[in-house]
Design a protein. Structure first.
Length: 329
């Protein structure tokens, strides 16, 4: 027979057998940060190193947190350096992650506000943006905002969302549509997909905008973790075409070089292509383009420098759109 049982509190942790109403209001940020670090690192030693605290300090923070809440959060075992979360610890960790992330974002906001027209602007980017989009923006921005240092962080486009949410960057380049989350964006440029193949390949004579069936019959080369490439693959599958990828890489140059050897046909956004490479032919397509955007956290303060960066990026995007249209033609 099932009964409604009240969970028992382990000896040495609870003082009253239940969480007091005021317990949560007495928690400190250091307690929460120490608990999160132990959960992530799996040990008090690792947490101390990650936080630059002493190990006794981390242990005291977690013990006082358990005492305040009246529940055991970690399973400790004699002779073992690692710890494991209890069920209560798993429950609390979900809230602690959200709380500490928001506090990190608040800290980033205050730093941005204090910086004003000087300081640092942190911008995330992915590879092809760094080649064709960012240089023009940086040149114009440096002329108008010479006192602001632009600090860049490169990552695969999907990894950049987390940097925005955590406040690790102020702005980031990415692709639309936006994922669920506290994000706003402005679209900069529409980047058409093209086929890149060796000039010696019979496929090089294929007319522009080949049908999906022709693309699906090719041995394809593409990127590993690019979100827009995955969207493109989903588009092909939705139209009954299963793409046959024979090689993938994270590097634009490697993808194009392998296409130039005749290994297969690269299916890539035009911005990733080195147009000076005479070993390859470029074939336009009617595939849905990659939509490049500049993205930020909608709830965070944007400094005047960040607003200026967005405006300059939009101007560069308009100029680049005209260039891409000419290249495609």
């Amino acid at each position: 027979m099932l009964t409604n049982q009240v969970p028992t509190i382990e000896p040495g942790v609870a003082t009253s057998g239940r969480i007091l109403p005021d317990a949560l209001t007495d928690l400190s940020l250091r307690q929460l940060l120490s608990f999160r670090a132990v959960a992530v690192e799996g040990s008090f030693h690792g947490a101390a190193a990650a936080l630059d605290y002493t190990q006794p300090a981390v242990s005291q923070h977690v013990a006082s947190l358990e005492s305040a809440l009246g529940v055991r959060l970690l399973e400790r075992s004699r002779g073992r350096r690692t710890v494991a979360l209890t069920e209560a610890g798993e429950l609390l960790l979900r809230h602690v992650v959200a709380i500490t992330n928001r506090l990190q974002a608040a800290r980033a906001d205050l730093l941005a506000y204090a910086a004003g027209e000087t300081g640092t602007l942190r911008v995330g980017l992915f590879q092809s943006v760094g080649m064709r989009v960012l240089p023009a923006i940086m040149t114009r921005f440096a002329q108008v905002w010479p006192g602001v240092e632009v600090r860049l962080s490169e990552a695969p486009d999907e990894g950049l969302w987390e940097l925005v949410e955590l406040g690790a960057v102020d702005l980031t380049f990415g692709t639309l549509p936006l994922p669920p989350g506290p994000f706003d964006a402005v679209e900069l440029v529409s980047d058409a997909y093209v086929l890149v193949t060796a000039v010696t390949s019979p496929f090089a004579a294929t007319p522009a905008n080949p049908p999906l069936e022709v693309i699906g019959a090719e041995r394809l080369i593409g990127f590993k973790t690019c979100g827009s490439t995955r969207t493109l693959e989903e588009h092909l599958r939705a139209n009954g075409i299963e793409p046959n990828f024979v090689f993938r890489s994270e590097d634009n140059g490697t993808v194009q070089a392998m296409a130039g050897t005749g290994l297969g046909t690269a299916i890539v956004p035009l911005l990733t292509v080195d147009l000076a490479d005479r070993s390859v032919a470029i074939i336009p397509t009617d595939l849905p383009p990659r939509r490049i955007a500049l993205i930020w956290h909608r709830d965070r303060y944007r400094s005047p420098a960040a607003e200026a960066f967005i405006e300059i990026a939009m101007e560069v995007g308009r100029s680049l759109a005209a260039e891409l249209a000419a290249e495609r033609a």
